[in-house]
Design a protein around this ligand. Structure first.
Ligand SMILES: CSC[C@H]1O[C@H](OP(=O)(O)O)[C@H](O)[C@@H]1O
Ligand SMILES: Nc1ncnc2[nH]cnc12
Length: 289
């Protein structure tokens, strides 16, 4: 299978440079419009698509990001591997602002978002026990190491609804009781939807702050976050530039099965399926419907 890398850029990362034949493409999906146009082109001979999660100019809140449309749009373009880049708070002293963490697990505390492509008339259940593609995460780690940024392999990302930051009690709960490592507002349901769409998905958390638990840092505020976002985004651009050479132009099947997650997932009998929903699912699940 031909590789196509999809990058979803978070806060502070609204475009990337260096793409050959770069063009912003307007796409539509059965789930509405994506966050913005998608920047497509080629880097080191590998096709790439970049989508700013909040839109250029940071228009979407974490709750209003059209997660389903974003994943559908990337799949429409032929993306095989999705790399998410996100600004995150840290629950660990050693995961300091400016560091990158290659996420490997999630706790999903979001509650005001559409979380599945499926529903009444076409029900499906995929596994998200291991929500991150290990192969892709390993390559992101290698890419980060090449850039010289301080990078940590593995970490549990707490996805909160926002848009307000956590209370001190929540911050301590997530850190001390639940054992989470980083906190953000956007990787869920994005990771779940990528799995439903049979896309490899990895997430790079760029640490911007210590949330509110740290006795020496007090409460988090956006000015502190913006102060670290500039350097983080420059490192993220360097990391992204390494990915095509590391992934290569051809992909073997995912050893973990991320690209076949729907194989046994659809429960609704073919004669009971809602044709309207089945039509909407053509891009993400057409392979099995
Ligand atoms: C600017 S701080 C809060 C904001 O930043 C993160 O967004 P993203 O994950 O897209 O980088 C966080 O989740 C909040 O949406
Ligand atoms: N402390 C924090 N909580 C939630 N999202 C964030 N994004 C950046 N820092 C954050």
């Amino acid at each position: 299978m031909k590789t196509m890398i999809g990058v979803i850029g978070g806060s502070g990362l609204y475009d990337i440079d260096g793409l050959e034949g770069a063009a912003w493409q307007k796409l539509d999906t059965p789930w509405g419009a994506p966050s913005d146009e998608v920047l497509t082109g080629t880097l080191d001979g590998v096709p790439m698509a970049f989508l700013p999660r909040h839109g250029r100019g940071h228009v979407h809140s974490p709750t209003s990001v059209p997660y389903r449309a974003n994943i559908d749009a990337l799949k429409q373009l032929g993306v095989t591997d999705v790399v998410s880049v996100s600004a995150c708070g840290s629950f660990r002293e050693e995961m300091a602002p400016g560091d990158f963490v290659i996420v490997d697990q999630f706790v999903d505390r979001t509650f005001a978002r559409e979380k599945s492509f499926f529903g009444p008339g076409c029900v499906a259940h995929v596994s998200v026990a291991h929500p991150i593609c290990e192969r892709l995460a390993g390559l992101c780690y290698e890419a980060a190491r090449t850039t010289g940024v301080s990078v940590h392999m593995g970490g549990t990302y707490l996805a909160m609804e926002g848009p307000q930051f956590s209370t001190l009690a929540e911050s301590k709960l997530y850190r001390e009781v639940w054992g989470c490592d980083v906190i953000g507002m956007t990787n869920m349901p994005e990771a779940k939807l990528a799995r439903e769409a049979e896309l490899d998905y990895a997430s790079i958390a760029m640490i911007t702050d210590y949330d509110s638990w740290h006795p020496q840092h007090g409460e988090v505020d956006v000015s502190e976050i913006i102060a670290t976002l500039g350097a983080n985004s420059a490192n993220a651009r360097d990391l992204i530039a390494q990915l095509p050479a590391l992934l290569g132009p051809e992909r073997a099947a995912c050893p973990q099965g991320c690209d076949r997650s729907l194989e046994f997932a659809v429960m609704t009998a073919p004669d009971q399926r809602d044709p309207t929903l089945v039509a909407k699912l053509a891009t993400v699940a057409g392979r099995v419907l």
